[in-house]
Design a binder for this molecule. Structure first.
Ligand code: ADP
Ligand code: MG
Length: 217
């Protein structure tokens, strides 16, 4: 008798800690979505990644699990940064990272988006953050003022990269990416893949793995 083909998209097959696996079950994340199954193995190996899938396909957890797996909670320095196009998306990403990090010890995620005063964000950064999630303009503002140091960053995520380009953030993204250590993992997530994204990826990603989940509509 032959064994059954591996059709399951279980998170169990990923190199995640038992605590992270347990947290996924507690959240009701029993199976990986298609984009998670396509991107997590490479992302967890530390590879650069271009991932394309439609909205609502679970892209946040794909990059969140990858960046959380690498964090050193004992080291209160910014080790991962996610750039998002809007404040609302930055808030959603922060919420999802916090949910997925609950099993880890004491991970601090700070949101740096525009439209709110700098001061609260600055004091959060001063207290120590492992992960920052923000919009490119505000992130740059904190960098320029010396509030945000990126020398210990090991993961940079460009989320909704197509929307960030549409909104005119390309120069800000470039400036921020240039200040990140060259020795890092870069993950780019997008719903579509226009020329501008390919150019950005060519500039800031190294030997990226490309994965795409076709929409059935
Ligand atoms: P995208 O960024 O692709 O638009 P999101 O990351 O916002 O999608 O995910 C959409 C929804 O799916 C969220 O409510 C999220 O909690 C949920 N979700 C993500 N991954 C899983 C999973 N493996 N199992 C169940 N729900 C999931
Ligand atoms: Mg998303």
């Amino acid at each position: 008798m032959t064994s059954l083909p591996a059709t399951s998209n279980s998170f169990d097959n990923l190199p995640l800690s038992p605590a992270a696996q347990e947290n996924l079950r507690r959240l009701g994340y029993l199976e990986m979505t298609a984009i998670q199954a396509a991107s997590l193995p490479a992302a967890l190996q530390g590879k650069d990644l271009i991932a394309q899938a439609k909205t609502g396909s679970g892209k946040t957890a794909a990059f969140a699990l990858a960046l959380l797996a690498k964090l050193d909670a004992r080291n209160f320095s910014v080790q991962a940064m996610v750039l998002c196009p809007t404040r609302e998306l930055a808030d959603q990403v922060t919420t999802e990272i916090r949910r997925l990090a609950r099993a880890e010890d004491n991970i601090k995620v700070v949101t740096l988006s525009g439209g709110v005063p700098l001061r609260g964000q600055t004091s959060s950064l001063e207290r120590g953050a492992h992960v920052v999630v923000g919009t490119p303009g505000r992130v740059m503002d904190h960098m320029d003022r010396g509030h945000l140091k990126l020398d210990t960053l090991s993961t940079l995520v460009l989320d909704e990269a197509d929307r960030m380009l549409d909104m005119g953030f390309v120069d800000d993204i470039k400036k921020v990416a240039r200040q990140c250590p060259a020795e890092r993992q870069t993950l780019l997530f997008s719903a579509t893949y226009p020329d501008g994204i390919a150019k950005l990826a060519a500039q800031f990603l190294r030997n990226p793995v490309s994965v795409k989940v076709e929409s059935r509509h």
